[in-house]
Each structure stands twice: as C-alpha cells, then as structure tokens.
Design a protein around this ligand. Structure first.
Ligand SMILES: Nc1ncnc2c1ncn2[C@@H]1O[C@H](COP(=O)(O)OP(=O)(O)O)[C@@H](O)[C@H]1O
Ligand SMILES: O=P(O)(O)OC[C@H]1O[C@](O)(COP(=O)(O)O)[C@@H](O)[C@@H]1O
Ligand SMILES: [Mg+2]
Length: 482
C-alpha cells in the first residue's frame, strides 16, 4: 500500500490559462505515488448510466467561482467539476472505504451516509464500507460498523447520524495509524469547518506516509458558515422548520396584550438561518444576528423599536441568532467545547429578561413575552425533499472523485454545479452574512427594524471592504449573496 513519500506538504495546485483563467485544482494520488494502475470505469457497462449521453465528465471541465463578470473581467478562479471519470484509480474489489461524521448534528447526515454507501455499491460494485462510530475518536477508541445498502436503506428518514458524532478527539497520527492498520483506502469525512481542518491534517499525514488513500470531505454545517459553496445541506430544512417556531411565537404574541414572541435560532458566528427564516416568514419584526451589533437603550435602540411596534401593532416577533450580541452580556465567557469552539451565553434569555425589566420597571407597561428555543428540535429532524436530493448529489460526487484518484478535497456545490474544492479554500475563513450586501438590506426593509448603525459606519464599511461574498443577480443566488 505504501510508496515513497514526498517530503514537502501538499502545495496548492494552481493552473493558469489565457484571459486570467485560474484553476485551483485538488491533489491526485498520482501526484505523490508513481505508476498507479488505471482501470476502466465500471459505470460504462451499467445499464442505468450507459444510456446517458456524455455521462463522463471531461477532464478539462471546470466551474467558475464568480459568475457575474464584466466585459473586461479576468476569467478568475475555477474549481474542478465533479462527476464520474472514464478512468478510475481503484479496482472495485480493492476498495475499502470508511465514513465518519463529526461535529454538531445537521439534517441530512444520514442521507449523505446512505448515498455514499449506495453510490459505492451500486455504481462501482464496492462491497467493503465501514462506518466509524462516534466521530474522529472512533478511529482509535471505538468500534466500527459494516455498512451496505440494506443496512442504510431507510436511514434518510431519520434525523441525526446512525454513526454517532463527537467534538474533540482529533489525533492525526492515531487516526492515520488506524486507517493504515485497517487497510482503508477511501476516507469520507462529513463535518463542518473544524472537521474539514481535521480532514486536511489527515490528508497531509496520509500523503507524508505515501499511502494510496483518498481523503474526501463533505461539508456539513447547519449554520451555513462554510465558505465557497452555494449553501450547505440541511440549511433549507432548518429554515423551513424554524417557520414552525416563528409561527408559534406569532400566534402567542398576537393573542396577548403587548405580546412579544421571541425565537432563538442557531448561528454561532453566522446569522444565515435567522436571516432566511425572517425573510421567509414575514411575521418577524426584528432579526438580530452575530454580524450586526445592536444595542438596547436610547434612540435607535431595541427598546425604542419594540415600544413603537407595540404601540403601532399591539404585538411583535423577534428572532435572535444565538451568537448575536454576545459582547453585550455581562460576564464574558471564556469556556470552550471539546473542539475549541467558544461556548456561548444564552443571549435570547438575557434579552428577554432585559426587555421584561425595561418595560415593567422603567416604562411601567404590561408586556407578555414568550421565549421559544427550538434550536435542537430543528437540528434533529430528517432533511426535507430538496435537501435529500442535494445530499445525494454531494455524496455521489464525493464517490466519483475518490474513485478517480482525487484526494484532499471537499465536494461542494458552486454556482449550481458540483465541484471538488481544495481543503484550504474551505478552512481558510467562515461564511458570514455581509450586512452591507443587498440581502441584509432586503431584510431591514422587510422588517423595518433599525440597522443599529450610523450612516457614517455604513459608508466607511462600504469603502473599506469588498463584500466577502459574491453579488449574484441572475437568480442563481445563494444564501450568502444578494
Ligand atoms: N484545527 C483542527 N485540526 C484538527 N481537527 C480539528 C480542528 N478543529 C476541529 N477539529 C476536529 O473536528 C471535529 C469537529 O469539529 P467541530 O468544531 O466540533 O465541529 P464542525 O466540524 O461542525 O465545525 C472534532 O472532532 C474536532 O476535534
Ligand atoms: O450544543 P452543540 O452540540 O455543541 O452544538 C451547538 C452549536 O453547533 C452549531 O449548530 C454549529 O454547528 P455547524 O455549523 O458545524 O453545524 C451552532 O449553531 C451551535 O452553537
Ligand atoms: Mg464549526
């Protein structure tokens, strides 16, 4: 299995072409293992696929990262298009794959597991697939489970992950020892930014040891904070499920004098769920997210706005992403979870208390505030129909890439096309709502809430910073753009 290892770490693979074309390519097993045998893709003889004209992806197919361009714009960054290749670098009988899920839960995890297993089995005839129990530490501290299409047949109807998950426990050397000892040669790692960092470390170690092992990431984040990709699986499901909590908050608020319904939604550093749930609902009067600092008292503050809404409308609905306004809370919390993520304080509970105190003590007004926290209920449901299809495409793309010998990549949707993205692009930053983009402006105009910003701040922001996310205007819009 091992061959001579190249000493240096994997460098970025940049290929340039005319007109400012740049391909940020992904590593391939043949980059560091010479003379690998190549096989004909078994899909060629598969009755389901062989009728599809041009089923195989052309070796030169790439997908642009930026699709809004001007006449003279350079062609810009591209990613390798995902999909089946005519030639594969693994004989199906030799494949020993494993799947691991890490980090927090997200709707769709079981669908991704199911489709990796079924993709390997039905498309390539791969029979040996292991499930790693309980996240990264499962590689060296827990049991494994055998996976085949029968075992995973109806798991997509269940929330959570049948493999279990965990935070912390990433020990690169022990994980790669376990991969080597078990003779695993395809590793499918489903998880968020932390997980993809771990996957990148595993890939580097595998490469250093010269192992013929494809290391593949599938991005999972309910917060939609993984960059580059259009959106993450489970995000649509989460936004949809959040409507139920917002509806409940609205019903409660409407039914009482000066009723305030307050809903907390997930979003540690990125407020996408809160923003999209607000935009979808039309019942929300104010949405608070981590990217947009707010304040409670004085002109332009939250209390003033709440009072005006209650006077005007008799009730109001507030949505708060859990990472919003953390800087306002009295004791700063320095505690971290096992993965090193900052533990958050319950901002929604704190805001609820402050609202109650303000109106009863200072304004002598009777209000009826109902605080709803549906966060884990949202995260634990199975994925909806469109996320199920999305998970299937992601999983199949991951499988095709590994079979074709690619490694060190995350499978992801870019401008509506499945691509292979090098790990460093996924881990270098987090996707956040850009509050100077048009999507946030749409939200402000639909809720009519204060921006909590002075016009001076906004202008300076606009001059200083390019929007962190692309501005797409053609209906091909992602949750991260306007
Ligand atoms: N920088 C890192 N290097 C290696 N492993 C990491 C790193 N950050 C996180 N991990 C591992 O990835 C797994 C999941 O990370 P976590 O941050 O909890 O969730 P998520 O992947 O959803 O962001 C954990 O097992 C953690 O130990
Ligand atoms: O309570 P846990 O399991 O640590 O998870 C809670 C956190 O995980 C998150 O869902 C983020 O996880 P992902 O973006 O990786 O899915 C946060 O919104 C939330 O704070
Ligand atoms: Mg994370």
């Amino acid at each position: 299995m091992a061959s001579s290892a190249s000493p240096e770490t994997a460098k970025t693979k940049i290929i340039t072409g005319p007109g400012g074309y740049v391909l940020e390519d992904v590593p391939h097993l043949s980059d560091y293992i010479p003379d690998l045998p190549v096989y004909t893709n078994p899909l060629q003889d598969n009755p389901a696929y062989s009728v599809v004209k041009q089923y195989f992806v052309h070796v030169d197919d790439t997908v642009p990262q930026k699709i809004v361009v001007h006449k003279d714009s350079p062609r810009g960054v591209h990613f390798r298009r995902a999909g089946p290749r005519q030639k594969v670098y693994f004989h199906p009988d030799d494949v020993h794959a494993c799947i691991v899920t890490c980090g927090g839960l997200c709707p769709g995890l079981n669908t991704v597991i199911r489709e990796i297993v079924c993709g390997l089995y039905h498309m390539y005839g791969v029979k040996k697939v292991l499930g790693i129990d309980g996240g990264y530490r499962g590689f060296y501290a827990k049991n494994t489970v055998h996976l085949d299409p029968k075992v995973v047949n109806d798991i997509h109807k269940r929330g959570g992950t049948i493999l279990g998950t965990s935070r912390g426990g990433h020990d690169t050397a022990k994980i790669v020892d376990s991969i080597q000892d078990r003779g695993i040669n395809q590793v499918y790692i489903i998880g968020g930014d932390g997980t993809q960092r771990g996957a990148s470390a595993i890939f580097e170690e595998v490469r250093k040891r010269g192992l013929k092992v494809s290391v593949v990431g599938i991005p999972k984040t309910i917060d939609n904070d993984v960059p580059v990709i259009d959106k993450s699986f489970g995000f649509d499901t989460a936004v949809e499920e959040a409507q139920r909590a917002i509806n409940a908050a609205h019903v409660e608020a409407e039914s009482f004098e000066n009723g305030i319904g307050l809903v907390k939604l997930m979003g540690r550093y990125s407020g996408f769920i809160a923003m999209y749930a607000t935009l979808a609902s039309r019942d929300v009067d104010c949405c608070l997210i981590p990217e947009s600092p707010f304040y409670l008292e004085g002109p332009g503050g939250l209390f003033e706005y709440i009072e005006s809404r209650l006077k005007e409308n008799g009730h109001m609905v507030l949505v708060i992403a859990e990472g919003a306004g953390q800087e306002l809370l009295a004791e700063s919390n320095t505690q971290k979870d096992a993965s090193g993520n900052k533990l958050l304080q319950d901002v929604a509970l704190w805001v609820s208390q402050r609202i109650k105190d303000h109106f009863s003590k200072e304004r002598k007004m009777t209000i009826n505030l109902k605080y709803i926290d549906p966060t884990y209920m949202i995260r634990a449901i199975p994925s909806n129909a469109s996320d199920n299809v999305y998970c299937t495409l992601l999983a199949q793309s991951a499988v095709h890439g590994a079979m074709a010998g690619y490694t060190g990549y995350t499978s992801g949707l870019v401008n509506g096309r499945q691509t292979y993205i090098p790990f460093y692009r996924i881990t270098e930053k987090q996707n956040q709502v850009v509050i100077t983009d048009r999507m946030w402006a749409r939200l402000l105009s639909s809720t009519n809430q204060p921006s909590f910003l002075h016009p001076k701040d906004i202008i300076e922001d606009k001059l200083d910073e390019e929007p962190a996310t692309p501005l797409l205007d053609n209906g091909n819009c992602s949750p991260s753009c306007t």
